[in-house]
Design a protein around this ligand. Structure first.
Ligand code: SAM
Ligand code: SF4
Length: 330
């Protein structure tokens, strides 16, 4: 079938599927301390609905699927969904982004179901500062989850994601850089984006990838840039002695929109063509009203044709997205 192409000629190869808007953390850069209402059960797509959409997307050339949330591991029976998606012809790369707190129990079942890659969020290696940021005292559980993931060589790479916030993350950089050298984890720093529910993001709170790299190079000497896929969101670097890998995801200081090949599906079945979209495309209705796969394809093509050229974080008059990060699926 004709591949899925947007109005600017970019081919869509990757979908991020949010399986729940719920979360057991309350990261300050993502959720409010309390009071975000959860979606009702009937609003959330079933595993069968998600698998059908992924099957249709795979027939259009989308070969990369990442499960996210909210916290995807709080969705009951998640390994059953992984198994369904792993069995779809055309899904080449199936991964998961998690806060890691339930991973010690679930890594084994997820790998058995066919998961091959994992990203674990970890912003601090200090108990006090971890709790300050996530509003949960769960650092040890996350580290246990990572250790458990390490036991499965089929689950690689293991990526550790840190949201970089000015005035906070500088202090974490040495320990996180060491983590990348001491463990088989690729440690990645992600620039803070205006997707926090509290709407407290300001440009001067962004600690850029360039600034973090400079901090690391002060201590370890020049890093060596490693090749990355054209559509990759991260720039990859190795330490000069060949031990350890780092990644820098710089959506604010170095936007990568021109090579964006992603779309997102929210837990309630809305297609988003950009993290910063102001508009969503309802797929839950066609999934539930007896529409055919051909009709789904038409709805997907129409939505993708309208994909935004780029985000406008750095432009005057930037308007925030219609939902915050945990509700979209990062
Ligand atoms: N709960 C899971 C987790 O934390 O990994 C998956 C969902 S979370 C929304 C996905 C990713 O988005 C995480 O790596 C998180 O750190 C990142 N994130 C959340 N809010 C962000 C923000 N305002 N700017 C940049 N990244 C953010
Ligand atoms: Fe939850 Fe992930 Fe958002 Fe933290 S970043 S509040 S873990 S969804």
């Amino acid at each position: 079938m004709e591949p899925l192409r947007d109005g600017w000629g970019r081919e869509i190869r990757s979908v991020r599927v949010s399986v729940t808007d719920k979360c057991n953390f309350r990261c300050t850069y993502c959720m409010p301390a309390e009071g975000l209402e959860w979606l009702g059960r009937a609003e959330i797509l079933t595993f069968e609905e998600i698998a059908r959409l992924v099957r249709v997307l795979a027939s259009l050339g989308v070969d990369e699927v990442r499960l996210t949330g909210g916290e995807p591991l709080v969705r009951r029976d998640l390994p059953a969904l992984v198994e369904m998606l792993a069995a779809i012809a055309g899904v080449r790369d199936l991964s998961l982004t998690t806060n890691g707190v339930l991973l010690d129990r679930l890594a084994g079942p997820l790998v058995a179901a066919g998961l091959t890659r994992i990203n674990v969020s970890l912003d601090s290696l200090s108990h006090v500062r971890f709790a300050e940021l996530t509003r949960r005292d769960a650092l040890d559980a996350v580290l246990r989850g990572l250790e458990e993931a390490e036991r499965y060589p089929e689950l690689r790479p293991i990526k550790v994601n840190c949201v970089a916030i000015k005035g906070f993350t500088e202090e974490e950089v040495p320990a996180l850089a060491e983590l990348a050298r001491r463990k088989p984890y690729v440690v990645r720093f992600i620039e803070f984006m205006p997707l926090d529910a509290d709407e407290l993001w300001r440009e001067d709170q962004v600690l850029t990838g360039g600034e973090i790299r400079a901090l690391i190079e002060e201590r370890y000497g020049p890093l060596v840039e490693l090749p990355a896929k054209a559509s990759s969101t991260a720039r990859r670097y190795g330490f000069a002695d060949g031990i350890g890998e780092l990644g820098f995801v710089n959506p604010v200081s170095e936007p990568f929109c021109s090579s964006c090949d992603r779309i997102r599906l929210t837990a309630d079945g809305q297609l988003r063509t950009c993290l910063f979209s102001r508009r969503e495309w309802d797929l839950k209705t066609p999934l539930r009203d007896g529409s055919s796969d051909e009709q789904l394809v038409a709805a997907l093509r129409n939505a993708v044709a309208h994909k935004e050229l780029k985000h406008r974080i750095n432009e005057r008059g930037f308007v925030r997205a219609s939902r915050s990060m945990s509700q979209i699926g990062g």
